[in-house]
Design a protein around this ligand. Structure first.
Ligand SMILES: Nc1ncnc2c1ncn2[C@@H]1O[C@H](COP(=O)(O)OP(=O)(O)OP(=O)(O)O)[C@@H](O)[C@H]1O
Ligand SMILES: [Mg+2]
Length: 256
């Protein structure tokens, strides 16, 4: 099974103080790993290393057994800012990667329409970007990331800018897409409930220097996919207990 590995990573930017110290993290197909931690603890740096945008000062980034030398189509990235091209139609945005890969217009359109249906925007391919809502744009960003059939999907606070209701709907959508694709998902969020609801594994980081302080296996997302309602899950005693335990880890409180 494909796996992305960060092996004993340390990172300093331009010879400055270490931002990450001895971080090891693995992500396999079918896993949904969520990274949480206070601002500045190095979450985005970690994602940029996995994406191949940044090279570690020491340690290794591997896909299977091959060293990562830069960005690749196997690792798609979704940013907080939707970063769509306003001069292209919705379908052309989604199929931008296939266009770079030299795929012809008819096949690109087929890919775009299929991915737009997966993210719940069927038939919107001809819309100009400026006629989409913020939540719809974020879904187009997700559809674009899915257009390359990535093995790993790396997301940096993709839902951070959305209103609460759209955000909950997007969480359900992410779970659904994850369940269908069985890609390895890595998501950064500040939302504690979001982390619990989506992850198969939650990784808690702490700053000074950035490091992993706690790892927590959870199965609420799998319960949701198995048909349990989101409300019932979030109200359940084990969800509430896991939330307290996660908050303790993030704020380094002594567990009661
Ligand atoms: N390109 C860069 N050059 C120099 N320093 C950087 C760079 N990117 C990040 N840093 C520093 O590295 C540290 C970690 O930043 P990073 O963006 O990874 O944190 P984060 O956990 O994603 O924070 P947030 O939750 O606010 O997004 C911070 O001290 C930041 O100032
Ligand atoms: Mg960040």
């Amino acid at each position: 099974m494909p796996h992305l590995t960060l092996d004993s990573i340390s990172l300093s930017y331009d010879g400055g103080a270490p931002v990450l110290a001895n971080v090891s993290l693995g992500l396999r197909s079918g896993e949904f790993v969520v990274v949480v931690g206070r601002s500045g603890c190095g979450k985005t740096s970690l994602l940029n290393l996995a994406a191949g945008f940044v090279t570690p000062t020491s340690g290794r980034v591997l896909v299977d057994d091959a060293a990562v030398k830069g960005p690749g189509a196997d690792r798609a990235v979704v940013f907080q800012d939707d970063a769509l091209f306003p001069w292209l139609s919705t379908a052309e945005n989604v199929a931008f990667g296939p266009r770079l890969a030299g795929i012809g217009a008819a096949e690109r359109r087929r890919i775009a329409d299929e991915r737009l249906a997966i993210v719940g925007l069927p038939g919107l391919g001809d819309r100009p970007i400026w006629r989409l809502s913020g939540g719809q744009r974020q879904r187009v960003g997700l559809a674009r990331a899915l257009a390359a059939n990535p093995t790993f999907l790396l997301m940096d606070e993709p839902l951070g800018a959305l209103d609460a209701m759209t955000r909950e709907a997007m969480q359900e959508l992410l779970l659904d897409v994850w369940g269908r694709t069985q890609a390895g998902f890595l998501l950064i969020t500040h939302g504690v409930e979001e982390a619990l609801f989506l992850a198969t594994r939650i990784v808690v980081m702490a700053p000074g220097p950035g490091r992993i302080v706690r790892t927590l296996a959870v199965d609420f997302g799998k319960r949701r996919l198995a048909g349990e309602s989101a409300r019932a899950i979030k109200a359940s005693a084990d969800f509430v207990a896991a939330r307290e335990s996660l908050l303790d880890a993030i704020f380094e409180r002594e567990a009661a």
